[in-house]
Ligand binder design. Structure first.
Ligand code: ZN
Length: 57
C-alpha cells in the first residue's frame, strides 16, 4: 500500500468526500418496481450542495 499524502494548506477547504470536490455525483436512474436501471445521470451533490467543498458544520 502506497502511503497517501494528506498534507494540504490550512486555508484550502477540504474536498467533499462524496463528490471528490467536483460538486456533482453520478447516480443510477431506476424505473418500475423491478428497479430496472435505465441509465445514469449526473446530479448535484447533496453533501456539499454543489460547492465541492466538505461542509464544516
Ligand atoms: Zn459534494
Amino acid at each position: 500500500m502506497a502511503k497517501q499524502q494528506t498534507t494540504r494548506p490550512q486555508d484550502q477547504p477540504a474536498p467533499c468526500p462524496v463528490c471528490k470536490g467536483s460538486g456533482e455525483v453520478s447516480r443510477t436512474v431506476e424505473v418500475g418496481r423491478k428497479r430496472r436501471t435505465v441509465g445514469k445521470q449526473t446530479g448535484f451533490c447533496l453533501n456539499c450542495l454543489g460547492s465541492g467543498e466538505a461542509p464544516t458544520d
